[in-house]
Design a protein. Sequence first.
Length: 230
Amino acid sequence: MTLIQARGLVKAYGRTPALHGIDLDLAEGEILAVTGPSGSGKSTLLHCLAGILAPDAGEVHYDGRRLDTASEATRSRLRRSDFGVLFQFGMLVSELTAAENVALPLLLTGAGREESRETALTWLARLGVADVADALPGQMSGGQAQRCATARALVTEPRVLFADEPTGALDTLAGEELLGLVASLARERRMSVVLVTHNPVVAGYADRELVLLNGSVDPTGLGSTLRGAL
Ligand SMILES: Nc1ncnc2c1ncn2[C@@H]1O[C@H](COP(=O)(O)OP(=O)(O)OP(=O)(O)O)[C@@H](O)[C@H]1O
Ligand SMILES: [Mg+2]
């Protein structure tokens, strides 16, 4: 089943073109890697698909509903209930502990305090960082903080995870290990993932790789996995 369908996405920032007409289908449970050189439009595409940014032209459909023209209120409700987002720097709230950070998305969808904390602790344990539950972000290593941010992105059990260079701030091994864990959690839950990455090993966890070049899909499809092997 197709969960996200994008057709003819065009986006420019003033006179700087970013996307030139991208078509994309994301199936339920599919892990899609988006790769390509810096400035090729990867983040812009991800933001359009997640309903964070409105394209100048083209359409985005999520689960049969038009997303790009939906109201901000509708899009943000959908993001909270159905989407998880994870960025290069985890962006944890520095005044809150790990457990409080992870519980936050649940509280925002109306869950109770006790229940939210319990679920948050379960997800911290799944990500291997139960021991920092009561630590503040400033007291954690970069890897621990990113695992907490990952727990926060997954705690609502989203149908789609959008991740933009989620391990860019970690060393190679820590990053690959975390993405391997995310991929196996996604497979267990039939969660779809759109994963922007420069790392061919990380792209290797995906079912498919979409290569962008100057705001278009690279017609050669010569992804980083293949390029790395040449
Ligand atoms: N907020 C912005 N204002 C102006 N131009 C922007 C903005 N964001 C992106 N751009 C431009 O749009 C194009 C696509 O940028 P985008 O951030 O989508 O690329 P990217 O593939 O994610 O790059 P990177 O790998 O460096 O993160 C680039 O030319 C970039 O300079
Ligand atoms: Mg980017």
